[in-house]
Design a protein around this ligand. Structure first.
Ligand code: TMP
Ligand code: ASP
Length: 238
């Protein structure tokens, strides 16, 4: 497998072609952005740490019967992944109230609801990835009701597996964002990173934030928090 030309550069990742048209290499950058590029910084080694965290997590999901785009980690920053047709949705799964949901509904962060909460957002950065519902998604031709049902069921399975993995690491999986795609056979696959950039991760004992909220909210020790997640995951998977 050979890495070829750069196909796309996003805020935190680059995508390279490979000599197999079915696969790409996703390379994680050290750049951190929040609030749609208003806040920007480079966090030393973030790319490497996110690549390790996402690779461990996606490999674990593959092994536990959740199809993902991840094939293998190829170097410190890169993952070999299958090319998929992206669904224009972001799915947010919430186990603990935090972030935009707390703000929008005037709730305190840290409340643990009895149910798992699933949000769907339109994947459109120019519109600020707005929260939508199933009827909007169907009306816009993004997914059928049946496909949405599969997306919710798969998201629930991913959540159950990740909650258990992070529990072993002494970390509470507060919430996370994921995106899906369809592979060449039309099967739904998870096609995203799973990192402290896209998950809220709180130390179970102290509730210390071990995720990108440290950057968003200027809490300091961002790199240390990502390192802690990588090390604890590595131990939990032993
Ligand atoms: P929120 O509380 O801001 O809606 O975020 C919920 C989760 O989704 C949180 O873990 C961070 C993640 N997220 C992303 O990965 N990308 C985004 O653009 C946003 C807004 C949130
Ligand atoms: N969508 C946000 C950004 O533009 C991401 C975030 O706050 O996590 O960076």
């Amino acid at each position: 497998m050979k890495q070829l030309e750069l196909l796309y550069e996003g805020k935190s990742k680059q995508i390279y072609a490979t000599d197999n048209a079915q696969n790409v290499i996703i390379s994680f950058k050290d750049d951190a952005t929040a609030f749609y590029n208003i806040k920007r910084a480079k966090i030393e080694h973030k790319g490497k740490m996110n690549c390790a965290i996402s690779s461990m997590t996606l490999a674990y999901l593959n092994e536990h019967g959740v199809a993902t785009h991840f094939i293998e980690q190829v170097d410190d920053n890169g993952q070999l992944c299958r090319v998929v047709e992206h669904v224009a949705l972001e799915v947010i799964v919430r186990n603990v109230i935090a972030g935009s949901m707390a703000k929008r509904l005037g709730l305190e962060e840290g409340i643990v609801p009895e149910n798992t909460i699933f949000d769907i957002c339109l994947r459109d950065a120019e519109l600020g990835d707005p929260l939508i519902n199933d009827h909007h998604a169907v009306a816009m031709g993004i997914a059928t009701y049946e496909e949405l049902e599969t997306i919710y069921q798969t998201s629930a399975k991913i959540n159950a597996l990740l909650v258990e993995l992070y529990r072993k690491a002494g970390i509470t999986l507060v919430d996370f964002k994921i995106e899906f795609g369809h592979d060449d056979k039309g099967c739904l696959v998870l096609a995203d990173e799973l990192t402290p950039d896209t998950c809220r991760l709180w130390d179970t004992q102290t509730h210390e934030r071990l995720d990108k909220d440290r950057f968003r909210r200027d809490l300091g020790r961002v790199r240390e928090a990502y390192e802690e997640v990588a090390n604890r995951l590595r131990d939990a998977l032993k």
